[in-house]
Design a protein around this ligand. Structure first.
Ligand code: BG6
Length: 486
């Protein structure tokens, strides 16, 4: 790949923890033929100092690396003021010069890995100060959050679209870089035994859990304005729902896949007003013990209001009102300071019409297909089979496939795949504007209710648990329960 990558926010956490190590891995694998990186941030640093910090980040993420000095020699630094045209003029000169030196064919990727309030300003300046006037391609990679609600997302999109075409905008949802999230469509569409069953005739419900043990850490200021609904549900959880629910695309092109996902968003049942508390449950962590460590309540964290109304947990029932999914609940739950770090999808199939084996000590389990997203990566199919040696007793057996077991290696970092996709010009695993807009309009109706009613019952779950007890009731009302995720 041949490209100049300009990273705004190059001294930030994301660049250090994810972007530099991912770029190194691509470099090591020979995926970056001609490239240079211009790091941009407010702080004043020399290029040498910047190169050192890149080296530190790569070495601490990946251990000793032989080609690290060669790698960092491709890095440059420019201290920058995001609202000053002179600053962009200097950046343009540097970029043009580097483009020439490395023969980068005018290909340019602008990666915004910084505070979202500047996304729009930067996009506008890139155009007005002519950094986007290149003879190769120009692409904008933009981190979340993409707006705070539908209205602000529309505004931001307008600013971005005045400088870039929709097909040049790569909105990151890092869950779409995860190996097993990408595997959902292959499991569905490459197996004759699943697709015919993938509908309301055979599936009773789908459960998606993404639990974290970490608390809000140093991000109190951002999180107070976001909460779990905007931080996790609007993007990552909704993306997984769309991939599980979409119709088979006519081919695997970016446009076809995205348009099938958009059709799922269009079929979401709107939940508003009084229904919100019937379909959704919010929670906020109190103190407790997580992995044997005593931790404080959310309201005691730094930069968090002592009476904060912000949810650190959200669970809900999402209904997709179309022919395939009518009547099948998609239950989702996600939160911080839960008992375990795990992302899993459980597809529960309907019970067989009649149980011939129920005279055995327990009832038959339904068939489950479990997709393990993280930390393990794989799939498990739960079946019933005859207990060896017994009379005709049925027992549950599990067929498992684990990525690590088969490929004997850790799969590449999500960011590595997303960066490569962007350089290749493949936007399939990035979110299209229509997906963002539909998903905000779904979420906005929930936040409208929650923001206007104080949760005087907060904190309502202890750190180190799986959330408030109402979360179990959400499923019990429908005759189901959460399958354990550990
Ligand atoms: C981010 C959220 O998008 O996803 C974080 O802002 C969250 O709050 C993170 O911790 C979870 O990602 P992962 O890959 O660890 O599941």
């Amino acid at each position: 790949m041949t490209s100049l990558i300009m990273i705004f926010g190059a001294t930030g956490d994301l660049a250090k923890r994810k972007l530099f190590p991912s770029l190194y891995r691509l470099f090591e694998k020979g995926k970056l033929n001609k490239f240079a990186v211009v790091g941009v941030a407010r702080r004043s640093l020399s290029t040498e100092e910047f190169q050192h910090s890149v080296k530190d980040s790569v070495l601490s993420a990946l251990g000793k690396k032989d080609r690290i000095d060669e790698f960092i020699s491709h890095f440059y630094y420019q201290s920058h003021d995001v609202s000053d045209s002179n600053s962009y003029a200097m950046l343009k000169n540097l970029a043009d010069e580097i483009d020439e030196r490395y023969q980068l064919e005018g290909n340019r990727i602008f990666y915004l890995a910084m505070a979202p309030e500047f996304f729009g300003t930067i996009a506008l300046h890139l155009k007005s100060d002519k950094l986007t006037e290149v003879k190769g391609y120009k692409r904008l990679v933009i981190e979340k959050p993409f707006g705070h609600d539908l209205a602000s997302a529309i505004e931001l999109n307008k600013q971005i679209r005045s400088a870039f075409l929709e097909k040049e905008v790569y909105r990151i949802d890092h869950y779409l870089g995860k190996e097993m999230v990408r595997n959902i469509e292959v499991i569905r569409f490459a197996n004759a035994i699943f697709e015919p069953l993938w509908n309301n005739r055979y599936i009773s419900n789908i459960q998606i859990t993404s639990s974290e043990v970490l608390g809000v850490e140093e991000r109190g200021r951002y999180y107070e304005t976001s909460g779990a609904l905007r931080d996790m549900l609007q993007n990552h959880m909704m993306q997984m729902v769309a991939l599980l629910a979409m119709e088979p695309p006519i081919n695997l092109s970016t446009d076809e896949i995205r348009s099938e996902k958009v059709r799922v968003f269009r079929a979401l049942r709107t939940v508003e007003g009084e229904q919100v508390n019937e379909y959704f449950v919010r929670g906020q962590y109190g103190e407790g013990t997580v992995e044997d460590v005593q931790v404080p309540a959310y309201r005691e964290e730094t930069m968090v209001d002592k009476e904060s109304n912000t949810e650190t947990f959200v669970a809900g029932k999402i209904m997709i009102d179309n022919f395939r999914w009518a009547g099948v609940p998609f239950y989702i739950r996600t939160g911080k300071r839960m008992s375990t770090k795990s992302t899993k999808i459980v597809i529960q199939f309907k019970d067989i019409p009649m149980n011939l084996y129920y005279q055995t000590e327990k009832m038959l389990n339904p068939n489950l297909l479990v997709i393990h997203i993280q930390p393990e990566e794989g799939i498990t199919l739960h079946l019933n089979a005859k207990k060896a040696g017994g009379h005709l007793d049925a027992q549950e057996v599990k067929l498992s496939f684990a990525n690590t077991g088969i490929h004997a290696m850790n799969t590449p970092e999500g960011y590595e795949k997303l960066l490569l996709d962007c350089m290749r010009g493949d936007a399939t695993n990035f979110t299209h504007w229509d997906e963002v807009a539909y998903s905000w309009s779904f979420v906005d109706k929930i936040s409208a209710v929650w923001e206007s009613t104080k949760a005087d019952y907060f904190p309502n779950y202890q750190s180190g648990t799986m959330g408030p007890k109402e979360v179990d009731e959400l499923l019990e009302k429908d005759g189901y329960f959460w399958w354990p995720v550990t």
